[in-house]
Design a binder for this molecule. Structure first.
Ligand code: AMP
Ligand code: MG
Length: 317
């Protein structure tokens, strides 16, 4: 198994693997995805097995176009407007399943709803163009661990999987997920498109997940699971651990001896794109040197919300 340059021949070879029920890893603008034919229940099962992903955690279906998504799910006016505005792009919409939707029930963990996204990466688009139907593609990492933002991360953590090399992911954070299931669209996960942009598009505020854990877990399964964990302990929000640590800085105020800086100029888009790459490098070094990781404060608002969400969950033990 190998890292494959994303030539037309390799893309076609990977499309054939997918049609045959196999798995490959593909670049998207968010993170690298472990892809399978969404309609093939055995292939979908192999995704859960390869990632050791809990089967209660549903997968996102990737489509070539908004039109393909409209055939798979029931889009109300809000969902349609968001799809038409932000696709292709890092936005996932959760909608009721369509009547004759061929996606395996396992992909959506038995829920009557479906998560759909049209990715904005030419390699993902080329692969989808060669497939007739949607691809499920959760991040190509063992469940709970750091997401891969370059092909080498996939090769290091899932060495048995062929990965199409599409370079470093431009957005670097998973998609924003919006539930469009009743009157008020709900923010199910912050991600690569800022909440503010979605609210401007809709002309209304998004609802938030309910505070009680059971209701939140029903609406956004997987949110409660451990996620994005480096091997080294990580602390944030000014907490200083015992023992030696490496600093992951943000912005121009970062001390010169910091190990990495998410964005020297304090730009949140750059910080998002660098987040997982910095964490992968720091984690390797911290484990080798017996240290932990301390992250400087990243401001909230815009992409800061998604970055802080990932860091908060990376800090959970
Ligand atoms: P990822 O792990 O980045 O592939 O994202 C998958 C996440 O999408 C899951 O953990 C869920 O939170 C969300 N998701 C997928 N399908 C659904 C669905 N049918 N209903 C609600 N959330 C979903
Ligand atoms: Mg993931």
């Amino acid at each position: 198994m190998a890292v494959l340059p994303a030539t037309a021949a390799n893309i076609s070879r990977c499309a054939q693997t997918l049609r045959d029920g196999g798995l490959i890893a593909m670049p998207t603008e968010t993170v690298y995805g472990l892809a399978a034919d969404a309609a093939n229940a055995r292939a979908v099962a192999a995704i859960f097995e390869t990632k050791a992903r809990p089967q209660i955690n549903p997968l996102i279906c990737h489509v070539a176009s908004p039109a393909q998504a409209f055939d798979l799910g029931q889009f109300d006016a809000h969902a349609r407007r968001l799809a038409e505005t932000f696709w292709p792009g890092p936005l996932t919409l959760v909608v009721p399943r369509g009547a004759s939707c061929p996606v395996s029930d396992l992909a959506s963990a038995g829920l009557p709803t479906l998560a759909l996204r049209c990715p904005d990466h030419h390699v993902a688009q080329a692969l989808l163009g060669e497939m007739r139907g949607p691809l499920v593609a959760p991040s190509a990492n063992p469940s709970g661990r750091l997401s891969p933002s370059e092909a080498a991360h996939v090769a290091a953590h899932l060495p048995d999987i062929d990965v199409l090399d599409g370079g470093i992911c431009a957005v670097g954070l998973e998609s924003t997920i919006i539930g469009c299931l009743d009157a008020a669209p709900t923010l199910l996960r912050s991600g690569g498109i800022e909440r503010e942009k979605i609210e401007t598009c809709l002309g209304m505020p998004l609802s938030d997940l309910p505070k009680d854990a059971d209701s939140a877990a029903r609406l956004a399964p997987g949110r409660m699971l451990q996620h994005y964990a480096p091997h080294a302990p990580l602390s944030m929000n000014g907490e200083i651990p015992d023992g030696d640590y490496l600093v992951l800085g943000f912005g121009p105020g970062t001390p010169a001896n910091a190990a990495e800086n998410l964005s020297p100029s304090g730009d949140l888009t750059e910080a998002a794109a660098n987040l997982f790459g910095c964490l992968h490098r720091l984690d390797l070094r911290a484990v080798a040197e017996g240290k932990s990781i301390v992250v400087s404060t990243v401001p909230s608002g815009g992409l800061g919300d998604a970055i802080n969400d990932r860091l908060k969950r990376a800090a959970q033990r």
